[in-house]
Ligand binder design. Structure first.
Ligand SMILES: Cc1cc2nc3c(=O)[nH]c(=O)nc-3n(C[C@H](O)[C@H](O)[C@H](O)COP(=O)(O)O)c2cc1C
Length: 185
């Protein structure tokens, strides 16, 4: 199985990245091929609403570092999105990518992606209260369902502020492993 993992945090050795790493390493042991992009290291814009992906091409027409990512996601079986919560939302780095997935939808409002892809959403937050920011995943889950990701999974760590704190939550790291098994099965 092909897996594309997008790290939305500028901390590529932080909490969300650590959970993503555990998921990806487990998936690799099960025979998957993983390609990881640290979004913060790339230079790109958010969607410009130019509609070029509807009028000129079946791809996003912006020419920047995100083109390789958008192509990789097109070909993948599994997409991993890892993000911390910043001011109650996903990071701007990840949001910039998500807005560009507008190019995966045709002028007929139908998805251009092959159906059957799976989404793994990894969310970390300093706040210990799991009721806070519980609405983030369902929102993106339904958006991604529309573009062809019918099956989705959430791995979430609450109360993790400093680097290394997610690894100390054994239940979360275990969930990363069991989710990899469920996704690959
Ligand atoms: C700019 C910024 C904004 C943040 N906003 C929130 C927030 O609104 N709620 C929260 O619970 N944690 C917030 N945090 C804490 C991070 O979500 C937390 O440290 C997370 O574990 C970082 O994940 P990472 O190590 O993958 O970067 C914020 C951190 C930063 C740097």
């Amino acid at each position: 199985m092909k897996i594309v993992c997008l790290l939305g945090s500028p901390r590529t050795d932080g909490n969300s990245a650590a959970i993503a790493k555990r998921f990806c390493e487990t998936a690799e042991k099960l025979g998957s091929e993983v390609q990881t992009f640290a979004l913060n290291k790339l230079t790109y814009k958010g969607c410009q609403a130019c509609k070029g992906c509807r009028t000129e091409s079946d791809r996003c027409i912006l020419k920047d570092d995100l083109i390789e990512v958008l192509e990789a996601v097109r070909e993948t079986d599994v997409l991993v999105l890892a993000t911390p919560i910043y001011f109650g939302e996903i990071t701007s780095q990840l949001k910039g990518f998500i807005d560009r997935t507008y190019s995966y939808i045709g002028a007929d409002h139908k998805p251009r992606l092959v159906p059957g892809k799976k989404l793994v959403f990894i969310q970390t937050q300093g706040d210990r209260d799991e009721n806070h920011f519980a609405d983030i995943f369902p929102g993106y889950q339904s958006a991604f369902e529309w573009i062809g990701f019918k099956e989705s999974y959430l791995i979430r760590a609450c109360g993790v502020m400093e680097k290394g704190e997610a690894e100390k939550q054994e239940s979360v790291m275990k969930l990363a492993e069991t989710t990899a098994h469920s996704v690959i099965a």
